[in-house]
Design a protein around this ligand. Structure first.
Ligand SMILES: [Zn+2]
Length: 322
Protein backbone atom coordinates (compact mmCIF):
# COMPACT_ATOMS: atom_id res chain seq x y z
CA UNK A 1 0.00 0.00 0.00
CA UNK A 2 2.72 2.45 0.94
CA UNK A 3 4.45 1.94 -2.38
CA UNK A 4 1.26 2.99 -4.14
CA UNK A 5 0.99 6.10 -2.04
CA UNK A 6 4.62 6.92 -2.76
CA UNK A 7 4.09 6.38 -6.45
CA UNK A 8 0.90 8.46 -6.41
CA UNK A 9 2.69 11.33 -4.71
CA UNK A 10 5.66 11.09 -7.02
CA UNK A 11 3.34 11.08 -10.02
CA UNK A 12 1.53 14.18 -8.87
CA UNK A 13 4.81 15.96 -8.21
CA UNK A 14 6.00 15.08 -11.68
CA UNK A 15 2.72 16.03 -13.31
CA UNK A 16 4.27 18.19 -15.98
CA UNK A 17 6.58 15.44 -17.16
CA UNK A 18 4.20 12.53 -16.61
CA UNK A 19 3.14 12.31 -20.23
CA UNK A 20 6.72 12.20 -21.43
CA UNK A 21 7.70 9.56 -18.91
CA UNK A 22 4.75 7.38 -19.83
CA UNK A 23 5.50 7.70 -23.51
CA UNK A 24 9.02 6.40 -22.92
CA UNK A 25 7.87 3.67 -20.56
CA UNK A 26 5.42 2.21 -23.05
CA UNK A 27 7.96 1.95 -25.81
CA UNK A 28 7.13 5.28 -27.43
CA UNK A 29 5.15 3.54 -30.13
CA UNK A 30 3.24 6.67 -31.06
CA UNK A 31 -0.05 5.75 -29.37
CA UNK A 32 -1.50 7.38 -26.30
CA UNK A 33 -0.50 10.80 -25.13
CA UNK A 34 1.34 11.69 -28.32
CA UNK A 35 -1.62 11.11 -30.64
CA UNK A 36 -4.13 12.44 -28.14
CA UNK A 37 -5.90 9.17 -27.44
CA UNK A 38 -5.05 7.37 -24.22
CA UNK A 39 -5.15 3.59 -23.99
CA UNK A 40 -6.73 2.80 -20.64
CA UNK A 41 -6.83 -0.64 -19.08
CA UNK A 42 -9.35 -1.15 -16.26
CA UNK A 43 -9.44 -3.92 -13.69
CA UNK A 44 -13.17 -4.60 -13.88
CA UNK A 45 -16.48 -3.17 -15.05
CA UNK A 46 -17.26 -0.12 -12.84
CA UNK A 47 -13.74 1.20 -13.39
CA UNK A 48 -14.00 0.50 -17.12
CA UNK A 49 -17.33 2.34 -17.29
CA UNK A 50 -16.03 5.30 -15.31
CA UNK A 51 -12.89 5.58 -17.44
CA UNK A 52 -14.99 5.46 -20.62
CA UNK A 53 -17.33 8.17 -19.32
CA UNK A 54 -14.49 10.46 -18.22
CA UNK A 55 -12.30 9.87 -21.26
CA UNK A 56 -15.11 9.89 -23.81
CA UNK A 57 -13.84 9.86 -27.40
CA UNK A 58 -10.33 10.62 -26.21
CA UNK A 59 -9.64 7.23 -24.70
CA UNK A 60 -9.73 3.61 -25.74
CA UNK A 61 -10.77 1.58 -22.69
CA UNK A 62 -10.69 -2.16 -22.14
CA UNK A 63 -11.25 -4.32 -19.08
CA UNK A 64 -9.03 -7.12 -17.82
CA UNK A 65 -12.02 -8.98 -16.36
CA UNK A 66 -13.93 -10.66 -19.20
CA UNK A 67 -17.74 -10.17 -19.25
CA UNK A 68 -19.39 -12.78 -17.04
CA UNK A 69 -16.24 -13.66 -15.09
CA UNK A 70 -16.15 -13.30 -11.32
CA UNK A 71 -14.02 -10.20 -10.77
CA UNK A 72 -12.45 -10.96 -7.39
CA UNK A 73 -10.77 -14.11 -8.66
CA UNK A 74 -9.31 -12.53 -11.80
CA UNK A 75 -6.41 -14.49 -13.27
CA UNK A 76 -4.06 -12.83 -15.72
CA UNK A 77 -2.65 -14.50 -18.81
CA UNK A 78 0.84 -13.45 -19.95
CA UNK A 79 -0.70 -11.20 -22.61
CA UNK A 80 -2.76 -9.46 -19.91
CA UNK A 81 0.39 -8.74 -17.93
CA UNK A 82 1.98 -7.40 -21.11
CA UNK A 83 -1.08 -5.19 -21.65
CA UNK A 84 -0.64 -3.80 -18.14
CA UNK A 85 2.88 -2.70 -18.96
CA UNK A 86 1.89 -1.22 -22.34
CA UNK A 87 -1.23 0.77 -21.36
CA UNK A 88 -0.98 4.54 -20.97
CA UNK A 89 -3.04 4.21 -17.81
CA UNK A 90 -3.99 1.25 -15.63
CA UNK A 91 -7.08 1.90 -13.49
CA UNK A 92 -7.30 -0.74 -10.79
CA UNK A 93 -8.48 -1.12 -7.20
CA UNK A 94 -5.80 -2.11 -4.76
CA UNK A 95 -6.97 -4.98 -2.55
CA UNK A 96 -9.80 -6.14 -4.83
CA UNK A 97 -8.08 -8.34 -7.42
CA UNK A 98 -4.87 -9.81 -5.97
CA UNK A 99 -3.52 -10.93 -9.35
CA UNK A 100 -3.85 -7.41 -10.73
CA UNK A 101 -2.31 -5.85 -7.60
CA UNK A 102 0.76 -7.94 -8.33
CA UNK A 103 0.88 -6.96 -11.99
CA UNK A 104 0.37 -3.28 -11.09
CA UNK A 105 3.33 -3.50 -8.71
CA UNK A 106 5.63 -5.30 -11.11
CA UNK A 107 4.54 -3.85 -14.49
CA UNK A 108 2.41 -0.79 -13.77
CA UNK A 109 5.16 1.70 -13.02
CA UNK A 110 4.02 5.32 -13.05
CA UNK A 111 0.89 4.59 -15.05
CA UNK A 112 -0.84 2.37 -12.46
CA UNK A 113 -3.63 4.33 -10.79
CA UNK A 114 -5.40 2.98 -7.71
CA UNK A 115 -9.04 4.11 -7.71
CA UNK A 116 -9.27 3.33 -4.00
CA UNK A 117 -7.19 6.45 -3.27
CA UNK A 118 -10.09 8.66 -4.34
CA UNK A 119 -12.89 6.42 -3.04
CA UNK A 120 -12.10 6.83 0.67
CA UNK A 121 -12.30 3.11 1.42
CA UNK A 122 -13.64 1.90 4.75
CA UNK A 123 -12.84 -1.15 6.83
CA UNK A 124 -15.28 -4.02 6.32
CA UNK A 125 -17.92 -4.10 9.03
CA UNK A 126 -17.52 -6.76 11.67
CA UNK A 127 -20.58 -8.97 11.68
CA UNK A 128 -22.42 -7.26 14.48
CA UNK A 129 -25.58 -9.25 13.98
CA UNK A 130 -23.85 -12.45 14.88
CA UNK A 131 -21.86 -10.98 17.73
CA UNK A 132 -25.11 -9.71 19.21
CA UNK A 133 -26.68 -13.08 18.99
CA UNK A 134 -23.74 -14.95 20.36
CA UNK A 135 -23.56 -15.27 24.11
CA UNK A 136 -20.36 -17.13 23.32
CA UNK A 137 -17.93 -14.37 22.27
CA UNK A 138 -15.08 -16.70 21.56
CA UNK A 139 -17.17 -18.56 19.01
CA UNK A 140 -18.12 -15.37 17.16
CA UNK A 141 -14.53 -14.19 16.98
CA UNK A 142 -13.31 -17.46 15.59
CA UNK A 143 -15.93 -17.47 12.85
CA UNK A 144 -15.24 -13.98 11.61
CA UNK A 145 -11.51 -13.69 12.05
CA UNK A 146 -11.17 -13.77 8.26
CA UNK A 147 -13.05 -10.50 7.89
CA UNK A 148 -11.58 -8.54 10.76
CA UNK A 149 -9.55 -5.55 9.67
CA UNK A 150 -10.14 -6.16 5.97
CA UNK A 151 -10.80 -3.07 3.83
CA UNK A 152 -14.10 -3.22 1.97
CA UNK A 153 -13.33 -2.56 -1.72
CA UNK A 154 -16.95 -2.27 -3.02
CA UNK A 155 -17.08 1.55 -3.06
CA UNK A 156 -18.86 1.83 -6.44
CA UNK A 157 -22.16 0.75 -4.86
CA UNK A 158 -22.24 4.24 -3.31
CA UNK A 159 -22.70 6.46 -6.41
CA UNK A 160 -21.18 9.51 -4.68
CA UNK A 161 -17.92 7.67 -4.11
CA UNK A 162 -17.83 6.66 -7.76
CA UNK A 163 -18.31 10.34 -8.68
CA UNK A 164 -15.24 11.22 -6.61
CA UNK A 165 -13.25 8.58 -8.44
CA UNK A 166 -14.45 10.07 -11.75
CA UNK A 167 -13.21 13.52 -10.74
CA UNK A 168 -9.82 12.18 -9.63
CA UNK A 169 -9.54 10.13 -12.81
CA UNK A 170 -10.12 13.27 -14.90
CA UNK A 171 -7.19 14.87 -13.07
CA UNK A 172 -5.01 11.84 -13.72
CA UNK A 173 -5.91 11.78 -17.43
CA UNK A 174 -5.19 15.50 -17.64
CA UNK A 175 -1.69 14.86 -16.30
CA UNK A 176 -1.13 12.39 -19.10
CA UNK A 177 -2.67 14.60 -21.73
CA UNK A 178 -2.93 18.25 -20.61
CA UNK A 179 -4.34 19.39 -23.98
CA UNK A 180 -7.56 17.53 -23.24
CA UNK A 181 -7.87 18.52 -19.59
CA UNK A 182 -11.02 20.59 -20.04
CA UNK A 183 -12.81 17.76 -21.84
CA UNK A 184 -11.97 15.23 -19.14
CA UNK A 185 -13.14 17.69 -16.53
CA UNK A 186 -16.44 18.36 -18.32
CA UNK A 187 -17.03 14.63 -18.80
CA UNK A 188 -16.39 13.97 -15.12
CA UNK A 189 -18.82 16.75 -14.21
CA UNK A 190 -21.50 15.18 -16.42
CA UNK A 191 -20.79 11.82 -14.84
CA UNK A 192 -21.07 13.35 -11.38
CA UNK A 193 -24.45 14.89 -12.31
CA UNK A 194 -25.74 11.47 -13.41
CA UNK A 195 -24.45 9.80 -10.28
CA UNK A 196 -25.88 12.46 -7.98
CA UNK A 197 -29.27 12.12 -9.66
CA UNK A 198 -29.08 8.38 -9.07
CA UNK A 199 -28.05 9.00 -5.47
CA UNK A 200 -31.10 11.21 -4.93
CA UNK A 201 -33.41 8.56 -6.36
CA UNK A 202 -31.91 5.92 -4.12
CA UNK A 203 -32.07 8.08 -1.05
CA UNK A 204 -35.73 8.86 -1.67
CA UNK A 205 -36.60 5.33 -2.73
CA UNK A 206 -35.00 3.70 0.30
CA UNK A 207 -35.96 6.24 2.95
CA UNK A 208 -39.03 4.42 4.19
CA UNK A 209 -38.57 0.65 4.21
CA UNK A 210 -40.36 -1.76 6.56
CA UNK A 211 -37.39 -4.15 6.61
CA UNK A 212 -34.02 -2.49 7.24
CA UNK A 213 -31.83 -5.61 7.23
CA UNK A 214 -30.57 -6.54 3.77
CA UNK A 215 -29.26 -10.10 3.43
CA UNK A 216 -27.05 -10.42 0.35
CA UNK A 217 -24.95 -13.11 -1.34
CA UNK A 218 -21.47 -11.83 -0.52
CA UNK A 219 -20.60 -8.81 1.56
CA UNK A 220 -20.58 -6.33 -1.33
CA UNK A 221 -23.22 -3.82 -0.27
CA UNK A 222 -21.68 -2.24 2.84
CA UNK A 223 -21.22 1.18 1.19
CA UNK A 224 -24.74 1.13 -0.20
CA UNK A 225 -26.13 0.24 3.21
CA UNK A 226 -24.07 2.93 4.93
CA UNK A 227 -25.22 5.56 2.44
CA UNK A 228 -28.94 4.74 2.57
CA UNK A 229 -29.40 3.62 6.16
CA UNK A 230 -29.78 -0.12 5.62
CA UNK A 231 -27.99 -2.78 7.61
CA UNK A 232 -26.36 -5.21 5.23
CA UNK A 233 -25.56 -8.79 6.17
CA UNK A 234 -23.45 -10.73 3.69
CA UNK A 235 -23.89 -14.49 3.60
CA UNK A 236 -20.36 -14.91 2.26
CA UNK A 237 -17.48 -12.61 3.16
CA UNK A 238 -16.00 -9.65 1.31
CA UNK A 239 -15.14 -12.10 -1.48
CA UNK A 240 -17.69 -14.68 -2.75
CA UNK A 241 -15.10 -17.41 -2.15
CA UNK A 242 -15.37 -16.89 1.62
CA UNK A 243 -18.24 -19.32 2.09
CA UNK A 244 -20.03 -19.69 5.42
CA UNK A 245 -20.05 -22.84 7.55
CA UNK A 246 -23.20 -24.88 8.18
CA UNK A 247 -23.57 -23.32 11.63
CA UNK A 248 -23.25 -19.80 10.19
CA UNK A 249 -25.93 -20.63 7.63
CA UNK A 250 -28.24 -21.79 10.40
CA UNK A 251 -27.59 -18.54 12.31
CA UNK A 252 -28.30 -16.50 9.20
CA UNK A 253 -31.60 -18.33 8.73
CA UNK A 254 -32.48 -17.47 12.33
CA UNK A 255 -31.58 -13.82 11.74
CA UNK A 256 -33.73 -13.73 8.61
CA UNK A 257 -36.70 -15.06 10.55
CA UNK A 258 -36.19 -12.87 13.61
CA UNK A 259 -35.80 -9.63 11.67
CA UNK A 260 -38.76 -10.27 9.41
CA UNK A 261 -36.59 -10.37 6.30
CA UNK A 262 -38.81 -11.53 3.45
CA UNK A 263 -36.26 -11.53 0.61
CA UNK A 264 -32.72 -12.93 0.51
CA UNK A 265 -30.63 -11.65 -2.39
CA UNK A 266 -28.60 -13.73 -4.80
CA UNK A 267 -26.11 -12.38 -7.37
CA UNK A 268 -25.71 -12.56 -11.12
CA UNK A 269 -22.12 -13.86 -11.21
CA UNK A 270 -22.09 -16.17 -8.19
CA UNK A 271 -23.79 -19.56 -7.70
CA UNK A 272 -27.03 -18.78 -5.82
CA UNK A 273 -27.07 -22.11 -3.92
CA UNK A 274 -25.85 -20.77 -0.57
CA UNK A 275 -28.27 -17.82 -0.52
CA UNK A 276 -31.08 -20.12 -1.61
CA UNK A 277 -30.31 -22.44 1.31
CA UNK A 278 -30.64 -19.57 3.79
CA UNK A 279 -33.86 -18.36 2.16
CA UNK A 280 -35.35 -21.84 2.12
CA UNK A 281 -34.51 -22.53 5.76
CA UNK A 282 -36.04 -19.23 6.80
CA UNK A 283 -39.06 -19.37 4.52
CA UNK A 284 -37.99 -16.27 2.57
CA UNK A 285 -38.04 -15.50 -1.15
CA UNK A 286 -34.97 -14.81 -3.25
CA UNK A 287 -34.35 -11.97 -5.70
CA UNK A 288 -31.27 -10.91 -7.65
CA UNK A 289 -29.29 -7.92 -6.39
CA UNK A 290 -26.34 -7.10 -8.62
CA UNK A 291 -23.05 -5.98 -7.04
CA UNK A 292 -22.03 -4.79 -10.55
CA UNK A 293 -18.65 -6.45 -10.49
CA UNK A 294 -19.24 -7.33 -14.14
CA UNK A 295 -21.97 -7.08 -16.76
CA UNK A 296 -23.40 -9.98 -18.73
CA UNK A 297 -26.35 -10.52 -21.05
CA UNK A 298 -28.29 -11.48 -17.94
CA UNK A 299 -27.59 -8.18 -16.19
CA UNK A 300 -30.72 -6.14 -15.57
CA UNK A 301 -29.51 -3.15 -17.58
CA UNK A 302 -26.84 -2.14 -20.05
CA UNK A 303 -24.65 0.06 -17.90
CA UNK A 304 -23.90 0.94 -14.30
CA UNK A 305 -26.74 3.48 -14.02
CA UNK A 306 -29.37 1.10 -15.40
CA UNK A 307 -28.31 -1.81 -13.20
CA UNK A 308 -28.24 0.43 -10.11
CA UNK A 309 -31.80 1.55 -10.88
CA UNK A 310 -32.80 -2.11 -11.27
CA UNK A 311 -31.16 -2.76 -7.89
CA UNK A 312 -33.17 0.10 -6.41
CA UNK A 313 -36.43 -1.37 -7.70
CA UNK A 314 -35.44 -4.81 -6.38
CA UNK A 315 -34.61 -3.39 -2.95
CA UNK A 316 -37.82 -1.34 -2.78
CA UNK A 317 -39.84 -4.47 -3.31
CA UNK A 318 -37.68 -6.81 -1.22
CA UNK A 319 -37.41 -4.44 1.77
CA UNK A 320 -41.06 -3.32 1.52
CA UNK A 321 -40.30 0.35 0.96
CA UNK A 322 -43.06 2.86 0.39
ZN1 LIG B 1 -17.31 -8.37 -4.25
Amino acid sequence: MSTHVARWTATLAAASTAALLTGCGSGDEGTGADSGELTVLAGFYPLEWTAARVGGDLVSVSSLTPPGAEAHDLELAPQDVAAVSEADLLVYLDGFQPALDEAADSEGGDHAWDAGQAADLLAGEADEHEEEEHADEEHAEEEHAHEDGAVDPHFWLDPTRLASVGDALADRMAELNPDNASTYEANAAALRADLEALDQEMETGLSNCSVSTVVTGHDAFGYLGARYGLEVVGISGLSPSQEPSASQLAELATLVRERGVTTVYTETLVDPAVAETVAEEAGARTAVLDPIEGLTDESDGEDYLQVMRANLATLQEGQSCS
